[in-house]
Every structure is written in C-alpha cells, then in structure tokens.
Design a protein around this ligand. Structure first.
Ligand code: FE
Length: 345
C-alpha cells in the first residue's frame, strides 16, 4: 500500500468513492444507486444524527431520561467516529406573529407530548450506522426501558452541515478564554452557556432551488448574527435516515422485538433500508440557531418581518424557495459533550 493510501482517512475515501460514482461504487461495494446519490452531496466536517421522538411530559419520563440517558450516552461515546452529542428537550415554539397563536415561547408544562431531540455528532454518517449495528443489543435493552414514555418515534434523520458558526460552550469561570479569542481576533466570538436556548426551524425546499435556499439561509443568518442574544447557527441538509436508529428492522426482527421488554433482543436484526435510500424529496433542511434566551430569539427572528433590509434578504433568499416552513421550535440542552464545535470551520 502506498503512503498516500495509508494516510487517506475513511471520510476522504468515501468522498473519493462518491466522486467517481459507478466505478468506485463497484470497487468499494457501495451499490451504484447509493454511490450516485452520495456523489451529489458534498462532504461535511461533522455529520449529525437527530434522534427525534415525542414523549409523555410527566415526572416519570424525566426520571427515566435521567436514569437511562447517561448510559445511552456512554455506550454511544464508546464507538469510533463519535465526536459529541447534545440532548435537547422542547420548551416551546415561536408563535410567529399569531400564525401559531395557540403556542407560546414557554410551554414546558403545557406541551404534552413534548419533543425529545437528541443530536449525536460523527466523523462520518457511516460511523453512526456502524454504531447502531455493533451496539444493537446494548441500545435495544436501554431503549426498551424508555418505550413506556414514547408517544411518537424514534425517527432518526441524518444531516450534513452546509454551513456553521458555533462558538464553544463556556462558563463564567472561562472568561479568560474569551479574552484569548479576542486577542486572536477570531471572526465570531460569543459566550454560550449551558442554559442557552436552541431554536430549530424546519424547511422543505422546492427541488432545484437547494443552492439558492442555502445561500439565502446563510445570508439571513449572517444578517441576524448581530441580534442581541444570538450565539450561533448551523444550516443542516438531510441526507438520509438511519433505519436501526429509527427502530425500522426487517419484519421478522420487528416481531421478535415486540415479544420482549428488552432482555431478549432480535437474533439477527437487519436495517429495513440503507441510510441514503431515505433521503427526502423534496429536500428537507433544518436551521439550528442558539440564543441567550428564547425571549431574545423571539426578538431576533422578528427582524425578518420588522427590519426592511433583513426582510428582503429573508423573502428573496428563503421564503421564495419554500414548499413548507418556517416553523420554529425552542429547546433547551439537557446534557451535552460539545467538543465537536471545534471541528467546524
Ligand atoms: Fe442514533
């Protein structure tokens, strides 16, 4: 093996394989259709798996989350390619000038079910697939302990990062690090605390308008980045869904899974589909922003309606290309390992 081959990491290999489409698909045993699908998607510094569920909002659910959550985190973190996680629980929605006027910024007690959106970050999405395969028995047992609180889900889409500006999470004790950032003249300096607010905005985009939407989203977020309380953003494009993470097993295993409380996992579970096969059409984007508090987020988002300049950027760059959206939900991170942020340029 040449020196070049030795130093090429798996992500670069997959990227190269995708670029050379069919031929490479043959060489590394990726089916042609999958290789062609990947070839249309650029690489990503980090891939995000978003495990989505709606759970009963009661004391017992939160007791279970605290009991089982750390064990799931430790199991996940043990797998190669894992670079961090962020477990978010919904706190409310943006009423958007009354369009969703039945909702409020703070609905921690009222929302039932409540969204439980767990991010895990990976060097490559295949590392995440591999984790669900290799650690199936352990995650099956742990997840089975929580099924009593699940009302909808799990459903686990995979995203690539189109563009991100995510500062490190810091406490007041690290104020000197902030000084160091300023000394190094870093482009985007913010003080993100564990108590911050996460806003997630879903968008379905017209096919063929992906590039225009991506640029429009970046322009809008850059325009919003001076808003009071704005702490950072990620534009995420969905590139598939992980079948095992969504509990979509082959039919035989699915029936076996329903015959136990977790002690007897299915004997040879197979994912019902491959991750890129579930890439949505029309395309789905998720815009992740972070703010000092949801009240600040509400003020900031209002600029797309109440500030002439930002409204034009948002109308022409985002609204003109939509099939569905925006719908903005607020979350709070419950647990996290934020070192993946340093991997984003
Ligand atoms: Fe997962």
């Amino acid at each position: 093996m040449s020196r070049d081959n030795k130093t090429m990491d798996r992500r670069e290999f997959v990227k190269l394989a995708a670029l050379t489409a069919g031929a490479a698909g043959f060489a590394c045993r990726i089916p042609f259709a999958e290789a062609r699908q990947q070839s249309q998607e650029p690489g990503s510094p980090v891939y995000l798996a978003l495990n989505m569920s709606k759970v009963a909002n009661n004391e017992e659910s939160f007791r279970l989350m605290r009991k089982v959550g750390p064990k799931v985190c430790i199991t996940t973190a043990t797998h190669p390619g894992f670079v961090g996680f962020q477990a978010n629980i919904q706190t409310g929605i943006l009423p958007l000038a009354g369009r969703y006027g039945g909702g409020k910024v703070h609905m921690e007690k009222e929302l039932n079910p409540i969204r439980n959106y767990q991010y895990t970050m990976w060097k490559h999405w295949r590392d995440h697939d591999d984790f669900h395969e290799k650690q199936f028995n352990r995650t099956f047992e742990l997840c089975s302990k929580c099924l009593s609180m699940v009302i909808e889900g799990p459903w686990e889409p995979i995203y690539r990062i189109v563009k991100a500006k995510m500062p490190p999470v810091r406490s007041m004790g690290q104020i000197t690090d902030l000084g160091a950032d300023m000394q190094q003249k870093k482009e985007f300096i913010r003080f993100a605390t564990p108590a911050r607010c996460v806003a997630m905005a879903e968008h379905t985009v017209k096919p063929g308008k992906e590039k225009a939407f991506e640029q429009g989203a970046i322009d809008t977020l850059e325009a919003l980045s001076d808003s009071t309380g704005f702490l950072g953003y990620m534009v995420l494009k969905q590139i598939g869904v992980c079948a095992l993470g969504s509990f979509m097993l082959d039919p035989k295993s699915m029936a076996e899974a329903l015959q136990t409380l977790g002690a007897n996992p299915p004997k040879s579970p197979k994912p019902l589909f491959k991750t890129p096969e579930a890439m949505p059409s029309p395309p789905e984007y998720l815009i992740h922003t972070e703010w000092d508090a949801p009240e600040m987020a509400q003020l900031g988002f209002a600029k797309v309606l109440a500030n002439h300049g930002i409204r034009k950027i948002h109308d022409d760059g985002i609204m003109a290309h939509l099939i569905r959206g925006p719908y903005i939900m607020f979350f709070q991170p419950m647990m996290e390992e934020p070192s993946w942020r340093a991997m984003l340029s």
